[in-house]
Design a protein around this ligand. Structure first.
Ligand code: FAD
Length: 321
């Protein structure tokens, strides 16, 4: 029974988070002495599909269907479940991306499977069990969750498993999925990009600003720092509530959860609701003029100082290197 990984594409390309998920699924396949099948839905070039072999996919099922060119939650879930049944697989892996979070529970229902969303480790299968570490309580704790169902669906938190190149090649097979009218009740008509900048959920570096920045007119230095670092910009909830920044940048319990390698928090107090969205960050740097700000309790590095003095100096220093 192969493991099945859903390889989601963005405009025909696979992102690093998908290579992480393929590497993770390959490790699960190895644990179970089985092969790895990937499924790709939408228009993806053959070269791009073959690249999945480099990370351990033995076979790629390519679904190219006009009705599935844009993402439709229910229809994509049906296709993935159909592929799982056809392959006889009992473990389906997805990335816990924005679309993966919508797909994973739907696929689990269709396969009558147990689900672990937001996995951060490989399953521990010792003693015939299947236990996976995942984040819980908005990132404040970890849960070790056992799946006892025959079929299992796991979504992997981006940036928690490293990309491993196996150097293999994948055979590409067309997969003629059956599309059902009932799966198209809600249709995504058009995706309009609000910006060409780095996408926040996938960003490896995030520069985030809070109410300490006083107003939207001061975001120029945040954007400049982010541009220099190739980072995405983010903000705290009051900042987006006040309309200083778009809601799509709001990070935290009621916003987006991010898991970058580096999160730079500028003028943000570090309220528990904000920390809930950033706890999977690898390194946290805090710039705040209040040495008692709660954010310092979770920071790896901190600069106690006025953002309006520290950030321009940082920008200058980066420009000189
Ligand atoms: P403040 O708390 O006002 O902090 C500003 C910080 O900037 C202070 O620490 C201050 O010392 C510092 N500062 C001021 N001037 C400067 C300067 N010149 N240089 C450097 N530092 C300076 N919040 C979120 O962010 N995300 C969420 O998802 C979220 N969900 C919530 C859900 C619920 C149900 C509730 C009740 C609240 C939620 N909140 C959320 C709000 C949260 O509780 C905090 O109020 C919010 O995070 C505070 O935002 P802030 O740190 O930007 O502002």
């Amino acid at each position: 029974m192969p493991v099945l990984i859903y390889a989601e594409n963005a405009d025909g390309k696979f992102k690093k988070s998908i290579f992480e998920a393929v590497s993770y699924a390959k490790a699960i396949a190895d644990q179970n002495n089985t092969s790895l099948t990937a499924i790709s839905i939408g228009d993806v070039a053959v070269d791009e599909l073959s690249a999945l072999g480099k990370y351990g996919a033995d076979k790629v099922l390519n679904v190219s269907n006009d009705r599935l060119k844009t993402f439709v939650n229910q229809a994509y879930a049906s296709v993935i479940a159909e592929a799982a049944k056809k392959e006889g697989t009992d473990i389906v892996v997805l990335s816990n991306s924005f679309s993966g979070r919508g797909l994973a529970p739907r696929v689990a229902v269709k396969l009558n499977a147990g689900i672990i969303d937001g996995a951060v480790s490989l399953p521990d299968q010792s003693g015939g069990k299947f236990i996976v570490k995942k984040t819980a309580f908005s990132g404040k704790a970890f849960a070790f969750t056992e799946l006892t169902s025959a079929n299992k669906v796991i979504s992997l938190t981006p940036n928690t498993y490293k990309v491993v190149e196996t150097g293999g090649t994948a055979a590409i097979e067309d997969f003629a999925a059956e599309v059902k009218e009932g799966d198209f009740k809600v249709m995504l008509k058009e995706i309009v990009r609000s910006t060409d900048k780095v996408s926040l959920p996938d960003a490896e570096i995030v520069v985030s600003g809070g109410r300490g920045l006083k107003g939207p007119e001061n975001w120029g230095m945040i954007e400049e720092l982010a541009d220099l670092l190739g980072a995405a910009t983010a903000c705290s909830k009051p900042v987006s509530d006040a309309g200083w920044r778009p809601h799509s940048e709001h990070v935290g319990q009621t916003g987006i959860a991010v898991s970058p390698n580096l999160y730079i928090a500028i003028g943000i107090s570090g309220a528990i609701q904000h920390l809930a969205g950033i706890s999977a960050s690898k390194v946290i740097v805090v710039i705040n003029k209040d040495p008692e700000a709660p954010f310092y309790k979770v920071a790896d590095y901190g600069i106690v100082g006025d953002a309006f003095e520290v950030v321009p100096k940082l920008i200058e220093a980066i420009k000189q290197h």
